[in-house]
Design a protein around this ligand. Structure first.
Ligand code: URA
Length: 259
């Protein structure tokens, strides 16, 4: 059973505030009857909910963690290159699955695929500030000076200004760094390191919001993410937790993914 207001906000582009207004206006119906109680418990498999002009149809969505290898593109079709969808096994695949967010063709790591358009919209929305973390191998040694530069919002090439970002070194190897970004400009990590005089040799996405990649997942392999973990992805992020995870799993990530 789920709270009515949360059920609607999770499955539409209405915010919780919009849902409150719709309820107040009597524009929400459950099984044809107008409802104003935001906390009403509904059974998504049985109850028919309408909010404004939108009918919410229940179906189980698919959520996938892919460990993207080098050489695949994050789009639904591409004439030239292999696409990440070709790595999804048949038992997880359906025609509506797509990658929610992109990694460059030569980047590796966590790509989230789903058939849940509303959730993908929330993940990609700049307003949600879902932090994505990258483990980066650098051409030159990491410098602690990057921390203030990244935190104050770097200006990258063409004068583009970045949001404040977090960065730290990795104790095992001074050519590695962990970066946390709340946005996703084109080639952003590469351009940020280039702005501070360094160069990205390889880039691996470690986490999206509160979900970290399974370090045992081989390149090209997928795992299904369960519904209860999706909530964690949206709400529980802590940079120092990701840092601890990287420190602990460093050699496993390195060798499994040829970083
Ligand atoms: N930043 C980059 O430069 N490349 C990626 O693939 C992701 C973030």
């Amino acid at each position: 059973m789920e709270r009515l207001d949360k059920y609607i906000a999770d499955r539409t582009d209405y915010s919780r505030k919009d849902v409150k207004l719709l309820l107040k206006k009597g524009a929400v119906t459950v099984n044809g009857k107008s409802v104003t109680d935001a906390g009403m418990k509904i059974d998504p498999e049985k109850d028919r909910v309408k909010a404004g002009d939108r009918e919410l149809v229940w179906r189980r969505n698919t959520y996938i963690m892919l460990n993207k290898p080098d050489g695949y593109v994050c789009s639904t079709r591409d004439g030239q290159s292999e696409i990440v969808l070709s790595l999804v096994p048949d038992d997880l695949k359906n025609k509506d699955i797509f990658p929610a967010g992109r990694l460059d063709k030569d980047s590796k790591g966590f790509v989230f695929l789903t058939d849940d358009g509303a959730l993908a919209h929330r993940i990609l929305s700049p307003k949600k500030h879902l932090t994505k973390c990258y483990l980066v191998r650098l051409a030159e040694k990491y410098s602690e000076e990057y921390e203030d530069a990244f935190a104050s919002g770097l200006t990258i090439d063409c004068g583009e200004k970045c949001l404040p970002a977090r960065v730290c070194g990795v104790s095992h190897d001074d050519h590695f760094s962990l970066v946390g970004l709340d946005e996703g400009k084109f080639h952003q990590v590469k351009r940020m390191f280039s702005a501070v005089g360094n160069e990205v040799v390889s880039l691996f996405r470690v986490s999206i919001g509160g979900i970290r990649i399974n370090p045992d997942l081989a390149p090209g392999e997928c795992l299904e993410i369960l519904d209860n973990e999706i909530e964690k992805m949206l709400s529980e992020f802590d940079f120092s937790d990701v840092r601890k995870f990287v420190e602990t799993s460093f050699y496993l990530l390195l060798t499994n993914n040829d970083l």
